[in-house]
Design a protein. Structure first.
Length: 112
């Protein structure tokens, strides 16, 4: 992270050096710019949080309904998949049973 910040402000530091501004003042200026950016970011987060918390109950109810519907659909898909798997296992079981019976009948005919 420190390397990213250093690379981000490197062109600005070079520009300040070309303007013959001392390094200490340049560093203080960069720190002030970073502090302003952090302050603005914090204010934006506070504002967003305040807006989310101040939303009316209707919005939250709609969001909860949509989330519950989504979860119900996922559960429904799981149940449908489980039923389909059970049916395919039953069909596979019947198919194997039929194959065994045919083999038994064929073996009996060959032996007789």
């Amino acid at each position: 992270m420190a390397m990213f910040i250093a690379l981000l402000f490197l062109p600005f530091m070079r520009w300040l050096t070309k303007k013959k501004i001392p390094k200490t003042i340049s560093i203080i200026l960069v720190i002030l710019i970073m502090a302003v950016i952090v302050k603005i970011g914090g204010e934006l987060v506070k504002l967003s949080t305040r807006e989310i918390l101040s939303t009316d109950a209707e919005f939250l109810r709609k969001a909860e309904d949509k989330l519950l519907y989504f979860v119900a659909e996922i559960e429904k898909q799981k149940i449908n998949s489980y039923i389909l798997l059970q049916k395919s296992n039953v069909l596979l079981g019947w198919s194997l049973l039929k194959i065994k019976m045919y083999c038994f009948i064929i073996c009996k005919r060959v032996m007789c």
